[in-house]
Design a binder for this molecule. Structure first.
Ligand SMILES: [Zn+2]
Length: 251
């Protein structure tokens, strides 16, 4: 395992082969062609999301808009719109005079602190949400859960990228439903899900997460704060455990 390269201080880190392989081993089918569906903007977003989540665009790498214009055969407008959206989601960063690049991966220490914070905050907002859930929240959480649980015939990498955005939306919805705006904002700023899904590209993770989400939803729908607290705490602790082998690579 090439560990040392991974933590070198250079702007463009070299990632261990094992990590990259783990990240793209769900298929080598070609990228979705554009245009394919109604919205070119959505297609461009999905292609870039997939490339970022699968580390095809490596963390820290420059993203060349003109190159993408040629590559995808679309104008700059949908590409720039997609980059703005991905920046809000924490997957790309914009630097003055440099332009866009893929967001760097957080360090292991940072990941551990992200989980430290999540395990403190997310059970609390889940318990509060159990008392405050609106019918709209209930519907939205049910739909997100169903979307994550549905087997996808799409490009596996794209499906995985979508799972990351749905998982982020699921946790954000529970935080918002709790009425604790500050906690919701704090959690949103971490962009945990996008970073995690970039790290581990593995179907077992999504299957286990789906089962844990089902327990959270059952507790929320029952209006049971204690069960909501416990099931969310278990989900966060198990998420961290699932990441442990990858954290060792980051070390
Ligand atoms: Zn989750």
């Amino acid at each position: 395992m090439v560990k040392r390269d991974f933590v070198s201080g250079s702007a463009m880190k070299t990632y261990p082969k094992a990590l990259l392989e783990k990240s793209i081993d769900v298929g080598t089918e070609t990228e979705p062609q554009i245009p394919r569906r109604a919205s070119v903007g959505d297609d461009v977003y999905e292609v870039l999301l997939t490339r970022l989540i699968s580390l095809k665009i490596a963390p820290g790498a420059r993203i060349n808009v003109d190159g993408l214009v040629k590559d995808l055969g679309v104008s700059q407008t949908p590409i720039r719109a997609a980059l703005v959206r991905l920046e809000a989601e924490g997957l790309v960063v914009k630097t003055h005079l440099v332009g866009y690049s893929a967001a760097p991966l957080p360090s292991r220490r940072r990941f551990e602190q992200i989980f430290e914070l999540r395990v403190l905050l997310e059970p609390v907002v889940a318990a509060k949400a159990a008392r405050a859930l609106t019918p709209q929240d209930r519907t939205a959480l049910g739909e997100l859960h169903a979307a994550m649980a549905a087997p996808s015939s799409d490009d596996a990498r794209l499906a995985y990228g979508k799972f990351a955005t749905w998982d982020a939306a699921f946790h954000a919805r529970i935080a918002t439903a709790s009425g604790s705006e500050l906690i919701a904002e704090t959690l949103a700023r971490l962009h945990t899900h996008m970073h995690l899904f970039r790290l581990l590209f593995h179907s077992r993770v999504t299957e286990e997460a789906i089962r844990e989400h089902a327990d959270v939803i059952t507790a929320l729908n029952a209006g049971d704060p204690d069960a909501a607290y416990a099931s969310m705490e278990r989900h966060i602790v198990f998420s961290q455990r699932r990441m442990a082998p990858i954290f060792e690579i980051l070390d």
